[in-house]
Design a protein around this ligand. Sequence first.
Ligand SMILES: C[S@@+](CC[C@H](N)C(=O)[O-])C[C@H]1O[C@@H](n2cnc3c(N)ncnc32)[C@H](O)[C@@H]1O
Length: 211
Amino acid sequence: MADQAIEGTKMKLYYNRHAYPLDLERCPCDLHFVQYLESRRLEGKTIFHFGTGDHHLVGRDNHERGNPNEILAITASYQPDTGRSGEHESYIDFIVNNPAAANYYKVLFADVYTLSPRTLPNFDVVTLFHLCEFYNEEKSRYARLDDRKLLEMLLSKLNAGGKVLFYTKSAGYVEKGREAAALVDDFISQGKLSIEDEYEALLICRRGGSY
Ligand SMILES: C[S@@+](CC[C@H](N)C(=O)[O-])C[C@H]1O[C@@H](n2cnc3c(N)ncnc32)[C@H](O)[C@@H]1O
């Protein structure tokens, strides 16, 4: 793994200089996800959610519905020197003011590509709505994972019957060389993923038989 001290470069951890508001016209994936959970009556599940947004819709909706599920979410939003706060600060603000929600909704500030299977629990549901949107081969070279390895790693953390969800209108799916679509298709053709369901713009897969 690349090490900035060894390479003598001044690498910085990837972070996202935005705190994304809810924009249902451009990005309805989190809304589709909470509707999917409710419509399929998914309760008592452990959920990994990649990309909270500043709105924290997934955690807030869970709280408003009586906390049916437990969620570990991740954000890389950080806006130093701007006077504006990032998505992790809005999470802190949310749980400080809604402490019961903190039992069921945790948000980690981290680059998702640095996650390790050894420090993660198993999940019933994993969202990868932003697969192939943010990884940069050059800037992310310190990270242990890339998009393919991230998908592999999170598949290895799925409980029996677990699901991984993709957003088929994401930039990674329909722009940027359609890399996410190609990756998912490749996993399906290798028998590592199989399609279980669709909901609005979400594709719901299970770990395939050959995994
Ligand atoms: C376009 S926003 C979408 C947020 C929300 N899912 C929505 O649809 O409104 C992308 C999200 O991914 C997070 N993100 C981007 N790159 C990341 C990375 N490398 N590690 C962890 N989170 C990342 C951002 O912090 C942000 O929460």
